[in-house]
Design a protein around this ligand. Structure first.
Ligand code: ZN
Length: 222
């Protein structure tokens, strides 16, 4: 009892000296959360399904949750470049039950993600697409598994002109755990879909090594 009161006093003093701030707008927040209500309410789900042609006349659906603009762009920027990996949880939280049905109708065995190179993962400390895939997996109750590995460290797609992006991803990815991939339905996650070239290459590799069906899912689309 006395210890609990003592802990409460210490926590109050700590939160007074180091107040919790919203990861997006830096406003001080009192409740135990990372993002203020105003910021969380300012992003709206805007689901879109694109068709990605990963091979000649072969397509897979790509479900994207938000349009990459305005406040969503800020969320993703903080998530990707400011070390705030908790943001993924808040983005996943916004996905409604109706949207969940749109994803789970495909009956997936595993959820996985587009990998980063070892060097980039070390620099950032985490793979944002993996955080999203794991959080989404928890919400829709699909187990997460690593299947793809990046074997070449290519320049980031967003730094290249569109014409060079197809070539830039070829031969960059390979597969782990081939026996576990065979005949499985895979949900492949990434952060942003721009041209879709990275996702197409990953789908091609997953299919080549035995995946039965692959559907892509990204936080946002450009
Ligand atoms: Zn805020």
């Amino acid at each position: 009892m006395i210890m609990n009161i003592f802990k409460k006093i210490i926590n109050t003093i700590i939160s007074f000296i180091y107040p919790q701030k919203c990861l997006i707008c830096s406003k001080i927040i009192t409740v135990k959360t990372h993002i203020c209500e105003k910021c969380l309410n300012s992003i709206k789900l805007n689901l879109k399904v694109n068709k990605l042609e990963y091979d000649t006349n072969k397509f897979v659906p790509c479900i994207s949750m938000f349009k990459y603009a305005g406040k969503v762009r800020e969320f993703i920027h903080h998530f990707k470049f400011r070390g705030n990996k908790e943001i993924s949880n808040y983005l996943v939280y916004k996905i409604s039950d109706e949207n969940i049905k749109n994803i789970t109708k495909y009956d997936f065995d595993y959820i996985t993600c587009v990998p980063l190179s070892k060097q980039r993962n070390r620099l950032r400390g985490y793979n944002q697409s993996e955080c999203f895939a794991r959080d989404l997996g928890k919400k829709i109750k699909i187990p997460y598994k690593d299947f793809l590995i990046k074997v070449l460290d290519n320049p980031p797609q967003h730094e290249l002109p569109a014409a060079e992006r197809i070539m830039n991803v070829q031969g960059v990815y390979s597969v782990l755990k081939i026996s576990e991939l065979k005949d499985k339905n895979i949900l492949l996650c990434d952060d942003i879909m721009t041209t879709g070239n990275t996702l197409k290459e990953c789908v091609r590799v997953l299919k080549k090594y035995g995946a039965k069906n692959v559907v892509c899912c990204t936080i946002a689309y450009v």
